[in-house]
Design a protein around this ligand. Structure first.
Ligand code: PMT
Length: 397
């Protein structure tokens, strides 16, 4: 994903410095070339050798050390960077950057770079909340620096509050969003649905399915990376949407229908959600009590949201998913025609590594014009990218 990209990672002196090793490793696994700069204080917490071994690159620690190559090293690093990440960032380093102080390798390189800079602060809660630190962060945001805010919890100093370095995974995800951003879908509105619906039986029970929302969230993220205004109608609560994606949380298919119809002005609609076809006909207002013998719950049909969209669509490019266990391609083709779609993603949910919950998927993309693109096993992010590539190709044609 990050092949050909150079990430310069600045590590400053805080207890969270050890977590920068995982950040380095995640970038390397995504194919990035990672150059680490450590401040003097960072080296009190972790040794440069750790980062050298993980990044496979020399680690820069001293402004005046003999350079590993003959060039002005802070300028060369500043130019090489596609993205500059500072994680963990202390209050001190943010203060210096905001004040224009460049007195070590990290701060001089940050000042010399034209690459976007992503800052992940970590410090004691009182330092984080101090007026000076808040003023510096506001000023840096206004100057265009990107931030991954710290998390809340128990801090190394024993205090409880905000200041814990955000999870390395989230920091790297945000970095990827910044690195891969394009404007292919700038000015377009993309509506995505994700996850299951929940159909109430009574206030404590419901009917649902195994959808985790991962596929839909990956599509929303990919559309956002390409510059679209993205609205994500979500039946899950436990996934983080990409920065800038507007999330509408829903429970039932009826909720989803309302949310989708309120956003019918979208240019592209992708229905990755697994919507319940039926709901309990008369959900109880109070908890249903156990009774002797069996129980039957009458079900009534939910609206087929995608079918209705197909009936009323004007300018929208309409994409459906077909979760199938048999005759996958044939069934998907029938759904594409019946629901008047421009594209359908046939999802054989019985294939190894495909379908519900997994991080990977195996799909075939079917176009209205009859073209088929069978994709090998790949991550849901890669599937999302292939789907968006196909949509954009069609819309540009
Ligand atoms: O969420 P994950 O764990 O990542 O899993 C991904 C997934 C398997 C859920 C996803 O890739 C997928 O296949 N989604 C569609 C699942 C499904 O319900 O398919 P379907 O064949 O029942 O429906 C066909 C299409 O009509 C779908 O686009 C569905 O959103 C839509 N539909 C279905 C019923 C209904 N009442 N309204 C609808 O809009």
């Amino acid at each position: 994903m990050l092949k050909g990209k150079t990430v310069v990672l600045g590590v400053t002196g805080g207890i969270a410095a050890y977590k920068a090793a995982e950040i380095t490793s995640r970038f390397v696994k995504l194919g990035a070339d990672v150059k680490v700069i450590m401040t003097e204080h960072a080296q009190e917490f972790v040794g440069p050798l750790t980062f050298q071994a993980i990044s496979n690159n020399p680690v820069v620690t001293d402004m005046f050390a003999p350079p590993t190559r003959w060039d002005v090293e802070h300028i060369a690093l500043a130019k090489a960077a596609n993205l500059f990440v500072i994680a963990p960032a202390t209050a001190s380093v943010m203060g210096k950057i905001n004040a224009g102080i460049a007195d070590d390798m990290l701060t001089t390189t940050v000042m010399a770079t034209k690459a976007p800079v992503l800052i992940a602060p970590a410090m004691n809660v009182n330092m984080y909340e101090s007026a000076v630190n808040q003023r510096n962060m506001v000023a840096l945001k206004e100057l265009g620096y990107h931030f991954v805010e710290p998390g809340e919890g128990f801090l190394a100093c024993g205090d409880l509050g905000k200041g814990r370095l955000e999870d390395p995974e989230k920091i790297v995800n945000r970095a990827v969003e910044i690195l891969l951003a394009t404007d292919e879908l700038k000015g377009k509105k993309v509506l995505v649905t994700a996850g299951p619906t929940r159909e109430a039986i009574d206030p404590v029970r419901y009917l649902t399915n195994h959808s985790s929302g991962k596929m839909g969230y990956a599509i929303a993220r990919e559309a956002r990376l390409r510059g679209a205004d993205v609205v994500l109608v979500s039946g899950v609560r436990d996934l983080a949407a990409a920065e800038g994606v507007k999330v509408i949380e829903i429970d039932s298919a009826n909720d989803m229908y309302e949310a989708v119809m309120a956003n019918i002005d979208a240019d592209i609609i992708v229905k990755a959600a697994a919507v319940a076809d039926y709901r309990p006909a008369a959900p109880s207002d109070i908890k249903i009590k156990k009774m002797p013998g069996d129980m039957t719950i009458p079900l009534t049909r939910n609206k087929d949201i995608l079918f209705e969209l197909g009936m009323i669509k004007t300018h929208q490019y309409l994409v459906g998913f077909a979760a199938e266990t048999n005759d996958v391609i044939e069934n998907a083709k029938q759904k594409m025609v019946k629901k008047n779609l421009d594209l359908i993603v046939a999802n054989d949910v019985t294939a190894e590594g495909a379908g519900f919950k997994s991080n990977t998927n195996v799909v075939t993309i079917l176009r209205k014009n009859g073209e088929e693109k069978a994709l090998a096993l790949m991550s849901k992010e890669e599937v999302a990218s292939e789907i968006l590539d196909t949509i954009i190709e069609d819309m540009n044609a």
